[in-house]
Design a protein around this ligand. Structure first.
Ligand code: PGA
Length: 250
């Protein structure tokens, strides 16, 4: 039985005071979420505050990206051990915004996945196609290459130590959501792809949907057999909306 996971990707948003308010509001009503595991991923600079506010709660937290190195002369980077120091359980890797704006390749994302696992963090590994790729019928090829990169860099058991997030790039922050059937088709494809390597991993790995998931569409998406939760951007910045998505998994 895969426990649903609802993770908030706050991206580069918030201030110390708004982060406090948001965390306090989520924590105050977290008991309404009975089944899903709830995770917040604020900008790294707010992790100390996040840790101190959430450490006695059932809510987990994580980072949005990490270095492949553990320490050294890598200006501006943050390593796995540093995230661990602040109690992070999860770390997002391979988000499409990093793939696009920071030119992260499948190979680099696979290295980041391995670095996260090495330092005891659970990667939330993002995959997904652009609109152009979808329209040219390349969705499955693109997603297969992204998934295979982790297996090729490491192994199927490495992949099994993460969580996958299918995020069609055309649905991120656009208000345009994949239909539940479109999402389910790709989730099922990913699970079948993994099953070629290992049935056990295919059955146990959680595959989240991301891309304009909101309280109004979460129920239908989460009802699909292969959708095990959500990676939420915009709607995770509002405590009531974020919790409503968590509750949709009840
Ligand atoms: P969105 O972002 O919910 O705002 O579309 C999702 C994401 O980028 O993870």
């Amino acid at each position: 039985m895969r426990r649903p996971l609802v993770a908030g990707n706050w991206k580069m948003n918030g201030s110390l005071s708004s982060v406090r308010d948001l965390l306090v509001a989520i924590k105050a009503n977290i008991t309404q979420v009975s089944r899903a595991e709830i995770v917040v991923c604020p900008p790294a600079i707010f992790l100390p505050e996040t840790q101190s506010l959430l450490q006695d709660s059932p809510i987990s937290w994580g980072g949005q990206d990490l270095s492949i190195y553990d320490s050294g002369a890598y200006t501006g980077e943050i390593s796995g051990p540093m995230f661990q120091d602040f109690g992070c359980k999860y770390i997002i890797v391979g988000h499409s915004e990093r793939r696009t704006y920071h030119k992260e390749s499948n190979a680099l994302v696979a290295e980041k996945f391995a670095a996260a696992v090495k330092f005891g963090l659970i990667p939330i590994f993002c995959v997904g196609e652009t609109l152009e790729q979808r329209e040219s019928g390349a969705t499955e090829d693109i997603v297969a290459q992204q998934v295979d990169a982790v297996v090729e860099h490491g192994s199927i058991s490495l992949l099994g130590q993460g969580v996958i997030a299918y995020e069609p790039v055309w649905a991120i922050g656009t208000g345009r959501t994949a239909t539940p059937d479109q999402a389910q088709d790709v989730h099922n494809f990913i699970r079948q792809r993994i099953a070629n390597y290992s049935q056990d991993v295919a059955q146990s790995v959680r595959i989240l949907y991301g891309g304009s998931m909101k309280p109004g569409n979460a129920g239908e998406l989460l009802a699909k057999a292969d959708i095990d939760g959500g990676l939420i951007g915009g709607a995770s910045l509002n405590a009531a909306d974020f919790l409503a998505i968590g509750m949709a998994a009840n």
